[in-house]
Write a protein that binds this ligand. Structure first.
Ligand SMILES: [Zn+2]
Length: 438
């Protein structure tokens, strides 16, 4: 189920205040001389005009009197030029194309960059009347709108800044076959499904540990600019019941923190020193089940975990560390070994490509290579090992045991209040009726 819960509308009305300040000349009991003086002053003191722009927004007005106007929207592609973009929008206007090419800042935002929505109005001769595009602003609360418009004096453009509109949605689902099947059923976008997998990546190995009957609930927030979704759902809170165990996550950003993060109800960060899985969970990898090693059959015998995945699937370092081995090694084929703190090492084998070099520092989640079938492998898969001082360990156990950050003492009280409210929302999301909205 997927319901629109709340719409905080910060839409600014088109508003341009032009206040004419009229002078009231009162001449009380003055003689001719006095009047003459006042007249003279008035002449040298023109009517003062105060022009105050209050976030000057002019929403495109749909005109019904001109039936031959053209309205069209399309998404920018990475190989677009000013001409190809306009022609796809039905505009044949060399002057407008030239203008767009020379409008440096807007050109940078629109050309050679995929996925940006551009709307146009044109006339019956396919000449541009107006072009509008929007993108996220420098802070998270605002967006930039660029308008290129034909005026009687010719083409002109302007940038405006306005507040984003946020809307919160909630959804829930139950795993029958896969996470993506469940999120599809609930009309939850892929980006939210992937975030769920990321948020709980330290606790749940989504490739190996999902069970039929696992349940989840999620509350997320989207940001819109003039009704166009600029950022789809950041997960605000989420719950995942995996194999009977409930995991919860609440997003908070402490006042002095650079980035926000997810914490459980006790204020402990869900970020661990190690991720549970070296493969990011995606629609592409979700259909592949864990399988036994094609040559050495059992986990115990070959002391690793095999993830079947298509050749080319990105492989990420589960933790921060230094690359210790990056090259070809017999049965492992192309292999990367990363040294972490306290004698801990992770091993990534059978890679088709290696992206790192020996001695290089890597961050948690950094892509170090691609899945392949090099070495002793009958098909594409990732062979993954976790070693502590040379001893093999189960990676998920290591991930769960690794240290986690807590909410700072200063923010604890605020976090408690926030988490209490978020829990209520989450409970509502979890119990919401499943109704497939259009
Ligand atoms: Zn293996």
């Amino acid at each position: 189920m997927w319901a629109e819960r709340l719409q905080n509308s910060f839409k600014t009305q088109p508003r341009r205040v032009i206040a004419g300040v009229a002078f009231v000349l009162s001449v009380a009991g003055g003689g001719a001389f006095a009047i003459a003086t006042v007249e003279a002053d008035k002449a040298s003191m023109p009517l003062s005009q105060v022009v105050e722009s209050v976030s000057t927004l002019s929403l495109p007005s749909l005109s019904v009197e001109k039936p031959l106007q053209l309205f069209r929207s399309d998404i920018t592609r990475s190989n677009d030029t000013a001409d190809s973009l306009l022609s796809r929008l039905g505009i044949d206007d060399p002057e407008a194309a030239a203008y767009l090419r020379n409008a440096r800042k807007a050109h940078q935002q629109l050309i050679g960059r995929a996925g940006r929505l551009v709307s146009i109005e044109g006339d019956a001769n396919h000449r541009l009347t107006r072009l509008t595009a929007r993108w996220a602003g420098e802070d998270s609360a605002h967006f930039t709108r660029w308008t290129l418009e034909r005026t009687p004096e010719g083409l002109s453009d302007r940038f405006e800044t306005a507040a984003l509109t946020s809307s919160t949605r909630m959804g829930n689902g139950t795993i029958q076959s896969s996470l993506f099947a469940a999120t599809d059923d609930a009309n939850i976008p892929d980006s939210v499904a992937s975030q769920l997998a990321d948020i709980f990546a330290g606790d749940i190995d989504f490739h190996r540990a999902l069970r039929k009957g696992d349940r989840f609930a999620v509350v997320d927030e989207s940001l819109e600019a003039d009704g166009e979704v600029l950022r789809t759902g950041r997960v605000l809170s989420a719950e995942f019941v995996n194999n009977g165990k409930t995991h919860q996550a609440f997003w908070i950003k402490e006042a002095n923190a650079k980035e926000g993060g997810y914490f459980n109800a006790d204020g402990v960060s869900l970020r661990r020193a190690y991720l549970a899985s070296p493969l990011a969970f995606s629609r592409m990898t979700s259909g592949f089940k864990m399988r036994f090693h094609p040559i050495l059959q059992t986990w115990r015998a070959h002391l690793g975990v095999d993830y079947a995945a298509p050749t080319g699937t990105p492989v990420r370092s589960v933790g921060q560390g230094i690359v210790d081995v990056a090259g070809n090694q017999g049965g492992f084929g192309n292999v990367v070994m990363v040294k972490h703190a306290s004698g801990q090492t992770t091993v990534y084998a059978h890679l088709s490509r290696i992206y790192v070099k020996r001695g290089q520092p890597v961050a948690q989640g950094q892509t170090i290579g691609l899945v392949g079938a090099t070495g002793w492998a009958t098909g594409p898969h990732l062979h993954f090992e976790f070693r502590v001082n040379g001893q093999h360990k189960d990676p998920i156990t290591m991930a769960r045991q690794s240290i986690a950050v807590e909410v700072s003492a200063a923010a604890r009280e605020q976090f408690k209040q926030h988490a209490a409210l978020a829990k209520v929302e989450l409970a509502a999301a979890a119990s919401a009726q499943v109704s497939r909205a259009e």
